[in-house]
Design a protein around this ligand. Sequence first.
Ligand code: NAP
Length: 229
Amino acid sequence: MKPYVICHMMSSIDGHALTDGWDRSFKKNAGDLYEKLAKQFEFDAWVCGRVTMQEIAHGEGYPKGLATSPIPRTHYFAVRDAAQYAISIDPHGKVEWKNNQALDSHIVEVVTEGVTDDYLAYLQSIKVSYVFGGNSEIDLARVTEILASELGIKRLVIEGGPHVSGSFVNAGLVDEVSVLILPLVDGRGEHPASFEVTPEAWAQPTYLILVSADVQEGGGVWLRYKKPA
Ligand SMILES: NC(=O)c1ccc[n+]([C@@H]2O[C@H](COP(=O)([O-])OP(=O)(O)OC[C@H]3O[C@@H](n4cnc5c(N)ncnc54)[C@H](OP(=O)(O)O)[C@@H]3O)[C@@H](O)[C@H]2O)c1
C-alpha cells in the first residue's frame, strides 16, 4: 500500500526556495523552525533530491574499480530495521556518501538501472541501501510502493529541493502539502520556485484544500493543505 506522503517546504513570500545569500542567523532560525515543524509529521522516511543530498553528503569522490563483475539490477537492503530512512532521488548515482547515515537516518539511494556497477559496488561497500526506480527514468509511484512493501514505510515526508517536491506533487502522489512562508522577499526571479515541474511532465495545476494557517514566532506562516478527496 502507498505510504501517506507529505511535502514540506519553506519559501520566501515570492515563492523561492533557495536560501543561499540569506542572512546567516535568519537562515539558521528558518531552518530550525522548518525542521521542528517537520517533526510533527512523525514520519519514518524523508526524501530529498540529488542536489540537496549532495549538500548534505559533502562528498569527496569514491574509490573506482570496486566492481569486479556486473552487479544484478536488484534492490539491495543493507538495513531493514532503521528508526528512520533518508531517501535520495539520484537517478545517475552521483551522491558520494561517506557512510550509510544522513542526519541519523539510514540512506536508501533511488537509482535507475543505468548507474555504473562501480557506483553500486561502492554503495554496498559502505552499506548504503539502494532501489531501482526505473530503467532510464525514475517512476516515483513505483518508488513509494517499493518503500512501503520492502521497508514498511508508512509516512513519507518530501523535503525538497524544488524539483523533487514539484515532481511528487505533479505525479499526484502527495496527500498533504506543507509550506512555511518566511518573512522575506527573495527577489531573484531566476531562482527555482518552491515547486518546479519540467514542461514535459506538467499536465495541470494541483488544486488543494487549506487545512490550517498558523503564524509562527518570528513572523513565518505555516500553511497546510490536503488533496481533495
Ligand atoms: N526551501 C526548502 O524547503 C528547501 C528544501 C530542500 C532543499 N532546498 C534547496 O534546494 C536546492 C536544490 O534544489 P533542486 O530543485 O535544484 O534540486 P533537488 O530537488 O534537491 O534535486 C534535483 C535532482 O534530483 C533528481 N530528480 C529530481 N526529481 C526527479 C525525478 N522526478 N526523476 C528523476 N530524478 C529526479 C535529478 O537528479 P539528476 O540531475 O542527477 O538527474 C534532479 O536534478 C538546494 O540549494 C537546497 O538547499 C530548499
